[in-house]
Design a protein around this ligand. Structure first.
Ligand SMILES: Nc1ncnc2c1ncn2[C@@H]1O[C@H](COP(=O)(O)OP(=O)(O)OP(=O)(O)O)[C@@H](O)[C@H]1O
Ligand SMILES: [Mg+2]
Length: 257
């Protein structure tokens, strides 16, 4: 099994530069969402109008071109939404000193209940520790990793195991599946924005989920990495700082800049 790790490098920018680049990213996302959404809405509504008014005048090929154009506009909407959600996760949010990961996982499984039932997936979960994290962002990480484990399956019933081990002052969580796997060459790219390695007409997505997970985990001073074998399955690991002993600083309000 090959392994790929993403950790802070020595050249990681200091807090000032990082804050600035996060602010730049948020500003970019806000401008992109506002300025791109408007012309896109125009494209979509005129496409709908052409489809309604001129449907009878178009031959089969014309109708097919229309479908491609409508699909493209829909994909663009999804990408803009995904960029917004990525930019929101650029902020550490509100980090609590002791978050019960079992409760967060429980909520995530409720959100994914329909997808789990549809796939017939079997999910096993270990008892998870308490960690220092923004609970909403931990939920986003679980949701993308478990969502991926459900999506990138082979046709056999998905078996997904969620676990955790404690290592020094860190907890290492794992989400393991028996799905398609990711080949060695693709492994080092999966955390990059918009990187997808399975044909998109088969499986929905924008390729931003793992980039968001990496951003969230690194904002919490953790690491995220994976081990995978094609046709056997994939395990994603991520580390987070353990909960502080009771009595220590209760809530750390993240720097809002
Ligand atoms: N558990 C997995 N098994 C196999 N391949 C995976 C798994 N998780 C991720 N991948 C591969 O990594 C790519 C990037 O994952 P990511 O979650 O960022 O994007 P996505 O799921 O395609 O879209 P999104 O998360 O934005 O809906 C996927 O498109 C897929 O090719
Ligand atoms: Mg995903």
């Amino acid at each position: 099994m090959a392994g790929v790790e993403h950790r802070h490098r020595r050249s990681t920018p200091g807090p000032g530069r990082l804050r600035r680049s996060n602010a730049d990213l948020e500003q970019f996302a806000a401008v992109a969402s506002h300025d791109l959404r408007e012309p896109l809405r125009m494209v979509s509504s005129y496409l709908a109008l052409i489809e309604r008014r001129y449907r009878d005048k178009l031959d089969d090929q014309g109708l097919e071109y229309m479908r491609f154009a409508v699909d493209g506009a829909k994909r663009m909407h999804r990408l803009i939404d995904a960029i917004m959600s990525y930019s929101k996760s650029a902020r550490p949010g509100v980090v609590s000193s002791a978050v019960d990961a079992n409760a967060v996982l429980g909520e995530t499984l409720t959100v994914l209940a329909a997808q789990i039932a549809e796939s017939g997936a079997r999910i096993t979960r270990a008892v998870l520790p308490e960690v220092r994290v923004d609970p909403a962002q931990l939920g986003q990480v679980f949701q993308n990793l478990i969502g991926n484990a459900l999506k990138f399956s082979t046709g056999r019933i998905p078996e997904i195991a969620i676990g955790a081990v404690e290592r020094d002052d860190q907890c290492v969580f794992s989400v393991a599946d028996n799905g398609l796997g990711i080949d060695d060459a693709a492994q080092e790219h999966v955390f990059e924005m918009f990187r997808r390695h399975h044909p998109q007409e088969d499986i929905p997505g924008t390729g931003i989920g793992l980039a968001t997970c990496r951003k969230i985990i690194e904002n919490h001073d953790g690491r995220i990495w994976l081990e995978s074998s094609v046709g056997v399955g994939t395990t994603f690991f991520f580390s987070l700082p353990k909960a502080l002993p009771a009595g220590d600083a209760p809530v750390i309000q993240a720097d809002p800049t």
